[in-house]
Design a protein around this ligand. Structure first.
Ligand code: GDP
Length: 365
């Protein structure tokens, strides 16, 4: 499945956050196929719509969707030159599909800052530069290869070379590869094979102290300002508190604890939802008395491909899908009632499944 890698300088709160994520993994025990390495955490994706469906259907079993986080510790200044275990960590980042970049926005004299002072924007840039330098290596190698073809008159190679040079300039200017605007297909042919680090989607976590959990602080504001042009999301949370919240198993106690802090939702829950969206993932549901289940698909998938997530036969033999919106189900209470008022849509092979659709597939075996 798709993974988000948690990166950041040492002592910014990555492990604290990762432990909070891994503690909340109880429900993932439904998934025996997940062999979990120590630095990989599986979480269920919080989804209020499942609770609505449970209320309506009262199923014997409920299965939420899951996603994975990878703790990528040990990035330091000089990592791209092999400092620390730099190259190993950079290789780990290459394997993830999106990046959660944790930035220290809390003061604490007892927690050493590797660079000597709290400066979230500078910290973020240290990490960015290491990733950019690594990408520059990959781009330069590919430029060398592509130049041969371009010199020999290969038209495709010429176009690619032009774009590779644009990537090079972008990186040399201290910008991330994702900031370069390029047609998606062209992008695939120019850099698709390189697995660049700075082309992966990113979101930032501003790890603030307990007092600033609801409001953010001067540091998190600076960070927000600095990443504005990237269009990236910034999630403000306090990792230390999140870690405490995640220890509470009883749902009512959990609610109470959040309430005491004035939180409607845990920071972790916000982070997981945002990461899921960052991976371009959406959820559809199947709802029956036996089982209410959430299924993960990529945004933009058509009905047959979405059906294939359940079983390949569903995709091969796809005839049509009956689709209900959660809001309509909630309003009319039963499938029959929804159908009667004409709110059950019958969709064919070209239907693009929407987030939150309740699907019933019809297929030939
Ligand atoms: P990592 O090196 O990025 O994985 O950082 P850790 O999660 O190990 O945290 C480094 C230190 O900062 C630990 O002593 C944590 O207890 C502390 N820490 C983490 N999050 C917070 C926080 O939100 N507030 C404060 N005051 N300390 C924190």
């Amino acid at each position: 499945s798709l993974q988000c890698g948690i990166v950041g300088l040492p002592n910014v709160g990555k492990s604290t956050l990762f432990n909070a994520i891994s503690t909340g993994k109880a429900e993932a025990a439904n998934y025996p196929f997940c062999t979990i390495e120590p630095n990989v955490g599986v979480v269920t994706v919080p989804d209020e719509r499942i609770d609505i469906l449970i209320g309506l259907v009262n199923p014997q079993k409920t299965i939420p969707t899951i996603m994975e986080f990878v703790d990528i510790a040990g990035l330091v200044k000089g990592a791209s030159q092999g400092a620390g275990l730099g190259n190993k960590f950079l290789a780990n980042i290459r394997e993830v599909d999106a990046i959660v970049h944790v930035v220290r926005c809390f003061q604490d004299e007892n927690v050493v800052h590797v660079e000597g002072r709290v400066d979230p924007v500078f910290d973020k840039e240290i990490i960015d530069i290491e990733l950019q330098l690594k990408d520059l290596e990959s781009i330069e190698k590919k430029i060398q290869k592509t130049e041969k073809g371009a010199r020999a008159g290969d038209a495709k190679a010429k176009v690619e070379l032009e774009w590779l040079k644009k990537y090079k300039e972008t990186l040399e200017a201290g910008k991330n590869a994702r900031s370069l605007e390029i047609d998606p297909e062209l992008k695939e042919s120019v850099i698709g094979d390189l697995q660049l680090l700075t082309v992966k989607p990113v979101l930032y976590v501003a790890n603030v102290d307990e007092e600033s959990m609801l409001t953010g602080n001067e540091y998190s504001e600076k960070l927000r300002e600095a990443v504005k042009h990237e269009g990236a999301e910034v999630i403000v949370l306090c990792a230390a508190i999140e870690s405490q919240i995640s220890e509470i198993e009883d749902p009512e106690e959990h609610e109470m604890f959040l309430g005491e802090y004035g939180l409607k939702e845990s920071g972790l829950s916000k982070l997981i939802k945002a990461s899921y969206a960052l991976l371009n993932l959406i959820t559809y549901f199947t709802a029956g008395v036996k089982e209410v289940r959430a299924w993960t698909i990529v945004k933009g998938w058509k009905a047959p491909q979405a059906a294939g997530v359940i079983h390949s036969d569903f995709e091969k033999g796809f005839i049509r899908a009956e689709v209900i919106k959660v809001a309509d189900y909630e309003k009319y209470k039963t499938e029959a009632a929804v159908k009667e008022v004409g709110k059950m849509a019958v969709e064919g092979k070209e239907y693009v499944v929407q987030d939150g659709d309740i699907m019933h597939f019809r297929f030939n075996v």
